[in-house]
Ligand binder design. Structure first.
Ligand code: AMP
Length: 194
């Protein structure tokens, strides 16, 4: 399991509580420290902007992927290591996924949920097997997790598919969780070799 690039989906809103911004900042600092490059939507607004700024401030690398028509609305970040401009939202998602070794989801609105569920359903269909970590900042995703458990209990979600993603309490714990998965994957490989 590689962990060179982490794709993070999160809010483009500036109105979330300061504590949420602090968590995004802590995640960015941690990524820079571990030399994990950020891949994200390329905006300078909301948690997206806070996260990218923190990665860059820590000396890390940040790649933005933004469709041309959104570059004014989400105020394309001017200081990124690399900015890829795509033709459509679909191209953006495909490109972000192509670049990423793993995915993390932070609090967000419809856009974030769309991105989370797309990457989750692709995994459910066996189109990829990369880790997905949900950061449950301030219990943000509790109602969604409740929905997921109910959907599994009543049969709308196949048994075991809640295991396709991992939930952590704080955003920077996503890095620890992924580093642990990488260690375990390495160890399993070593044992398999005998
Ligand atoms: P939001 O969570 O709504 O603040 O949006 C977070 C990010 O998701 C922003 O970069 C949006 O451009 C993006 N986004 C919004 N709608 C979609 C969509 N249908 N598919 C993919 N990304 C989206």
């Amino acid at each position: 399991m590689e962990l060179r690039r982490l794709c993070v989906f999160c809010s483009s809103s500036n109105r979330l509580p300061e504590s949420f911004r602090e968590e995004a900042r802590a995640l960015g600092a941690r990524m820079a420290q571990e030399r994990i490059e950020l891949v994200y939507g390329g905006g300078s607004v909301g948690l997206m902007g806070v996260l990218a700024d923190a990665v860059l401030a820590g000396g890390g690398k940040a790649t933005g992927v933004i469709p041309g028509f959104l570059s004014t609305k989400e105020l394309a970040h001017a200081g990124l290591t690399r900015m890829l401009v795509t033709r459509s939202m679909h191209d953006r998602k495909r490109e972000m996924s192509r670049l990423a070794d793993a995915f993390a989801i932070l609090p967000g609105g419809f856009g974030t949920l769309d991105e989370f569920f797309e990457i989750l359903t692709w995994k459910q269909l066996g189109l990829h097997a990369r880790p997905i970590v949900v950061a449950n900042t301030g219990g943000w995703f509790d109602p969604l997790m409740e929905y997921c458990r109910r959907a599994e209990a009543l049969g709308a979600v196949s048994k075991g598919n809640l295991g396709l993603f991992t939930v952590v309490d704080r955003a920077d714990e996503a890095v620890d969780s992924l580093l642990r998965m990488r260690r375990e994957a390495k160890e399993a490989k070593r044992l398999a070799r005998g």
